[in-house]
Design a protein around this ligand. Sequence first.
Ligand code: AMP
Length: 151
Amino acid sequence: MIQNTLFIIKPDAVCENQVGKIVDIILKNGFKITAMKMARMSRKRASEFYAEHKGKSFYKPLVEFMSSNPVIVMVLRKENAVENLRKIVGATSPAKAERGTIRKRFARDGRHNVVHASDSPRSAKREISFFFSKDEIFLWKYRNYPVVKMS
Ligand code: AMP
């Protein structure tokens, strides 16, 4: 089943100039970018986004980190996008992530772990609408752009 999922390149990866390398991995794995923007999350927005973790020891530092610098947010589309993206992202902590995954390659630790990927189709729906309105999401076809005449 074709699915949409939410992908965030976190402040650590933005500030370490790893955006291009990460986007390249996403595209080489066959994901279609149907929405993308750079945003600075306020503390309030980051608290809301991670509300399910409220009360956990890592919640406050996570909110501080996610609001510290800009993030890049994308909607990615592919067959079984949620599961497939989680696979290439890897486990939360790079120490536990499989070889070749984005977190194994780029993450510093379990908090500074460079990317976020929705954990279920239900979360994906909530998270996509958290960042994007319907008219910011584009369905486009590969190589189907109009040819402009240069007469
Ligand atoms: P998740 O909702 O599972 O993606 O977790 C949200 C984020 O919280 C993770 O991507 C990490 O940045 C952070 N996080 C989760 N568990 C820990 C932990 N044990 N220590 C520090 N940060 C964590």
